[in-house]
Design a protein around this ligand. Structure first.
Ligand SMILES: [Cu+2]
Length: 313
C-alpha cells in the first residue's frame, strides 16, 4: 500500500505542475486582456511606457510577454518547492521510500526548458530583426553628432557620409539641443562622435545605441507614432559633464516638420523655426521621463529669470 502510493506520487506532482502552468497560461490567454493591458496593470514591469515608436511597441510587448511567462513559471516552481517542503517534511527517523527516477518527469524536466528557451529565442529574433531593419528609402535622414558634452543634429539630403547637411540644430552650455521629427515617417539615424564613445538614448523610444568616433557609423531607424516632447540623453559615461548631455525630442506632424525644416533651411534660428510652427516657448516642455528627472525647470530659450536647461540650479 505504502509503496504503491509513493510510486504514484511523482506522477501526481507532474500532473499538478502541468495543470498549474497550463492553467496560468490559459488564464493569460483567456482573460481577453492584450499585452498592453497587462503592462499597464503591472506598471510596465519597470519600463517607462509602451514607447513612442512602432519598434518600441514590439520590444515592449516582447518584454511584457516574457516577464509574464517568467512569472508564471516562477509561481509554479515556488509553489512546488513550498508544497514539497511542507508535504515531505521530516516526521520521524524512518527512511522515506527511495525513488531513483521517474521517466515521465525526467522527460518533462528536459523538454519544458528547451521549449521555453526556443519560444523566447524565436520571438526575440523576430523583434530584434524588425528593430534593426533598415529601409531602402527612409523619409528623413538625421546625422547625430555627439561631442563632449552636447549634441548636434544634422538633417541630411540623403544617406551616408557623402550626403549633405541641409539644416542642423545644436546645443550649447545654456541651451538643450532640440531634435524635431515628424510622426509616422521612417527616420534613419546615422551616428558619429567627434571624440569619445557616447550613446544616443531616448527612454521613451525604449532604445539606445552607442555613438562611436572614427569610421564606425551606427545606423538605425524608427517610425515615431506619438506626438509630444521627450527627454533624450547620453547613456555612455563619457566624461565630467556626461550627466548634462541631454536633448529634447519634439515629435510633430509632418506638415509642421516640413515648415520647421524650411524655416531652418532659409536661415532661421532654431528658436525662430520653432516659433514658425507655433511653439512660442511658453508651452509645456519635456520635463521628465519616469523614472529619471531631468532637473529641467525652465524652457530652452534662457530667459533671464529662468534656469537654463542643462545648467545646475
Ligand atoms: Cu556622452
Amino acid at each position: 500500500m505504502g509503496a504503491r502510493s509513493s510510486a504514484s506520487r511523482p506522477r501526481a506532482v507532474g500532473r499538478a505542475a502541468g495543470l498549474g502552468l497550463g492553467g496560468a497560461t490559459l488564464l493569460v490567454l483567456l482573460s481577453g486582456c492584450s499585452i498592453a493591458d497587462w503592462g499597464d496593470a503591472f506598471g510596465h514591469f519597470g519600463w517607462p511606457s509602451r514607447g513612442i515608436s512602432l519598434q518600441a511597441h514590439e520590444m515592449y510587448d516582447l518584454w511584457i510577454a516574457s516577464t509574464i511567462a517568467a512569472l508564471t513559471v516562477g509561481v509554479g516552481v515556488w509553489g512546488l518547492i513550498f508544497w514539497c517542503v511542507i508535504r515531505y517534511r521530516k516526521r520521524g527517523d524512518e527512511l522515506p521510500v527511495q525513488t531513483r527516477f521517474n521517466m515521465p518527469m525526467e522527460i518533462l524536466y528536459t523538454v519544458t526548458p528547451v521549449l521555453i528557451v526556443a519560444v523566447l529565442f524565436y520571438y526575440t529574433a523576430i523583434v530584434q530583426t524588425n528593430v534593426d531593419k533598415l529601409s531602402k528609402n527612409p523619409d528623413q535622414v538625421v546625422e547625430v553628432v555627439a561631442f563632449k558634452w552636447n549634441w548636434q543634429f544634422n538633417y541630411r539630403d540623403g544617406m551616408g557620409e557623402e550626403a549633405e547637411t541641409v539644416a542642423s540644430t545644436v546645443g550649447s552650455s545654456d541651451v538643450i539641443p532640440l531634435l524635431v521629427l515628424p510622426v509616422g515617417q521612417k527616420i534613419r539615424f546615422e551616428e558619429t562622435s567627434k571624440d569619445v564613445i557616447h550613446s544616443f538614448w531616448v527612454p521613451e523610444m525604449l532604445f539606445k545605441r552607442d555613438v562611436f568616433p572614427g569610421n564606425v557609423r551606427n545606423v538605425f531607424e524608427v517610425t515615431l507614432d506619438k506626438e509630444g516632447r521627450y527627454v533624450g540623453r547620453c547613456a555612455e559615461l563619457c566624461g565630467t559633464y556626461h550627466a548634462f548631455m541631454n536633448f529634447e525630442l519634439v515629435v510633430v506632424s509632418p506638415e509642421k516638420f516640413d515648415q520647421f525644416l524650411e524655416a531652418k533651411k532659409s536661415g532661421s534660428s532654431t528658436q525662430e523655426a520653432m516659433g514658425a510652427i507655433g511653439y512660442t516657448g511658453n508651452e509645456v516642455y519635456a520635463t521628465k521621463t519616469s523614472p529619471f528627472n531631468t532637473r529641467r525647470q525652465a524652457h530652452t530659450w534662457n530667459q533671464p529669470e529662468t534656469v537654463a536647461a542643462g545648467k545646475q540650479d
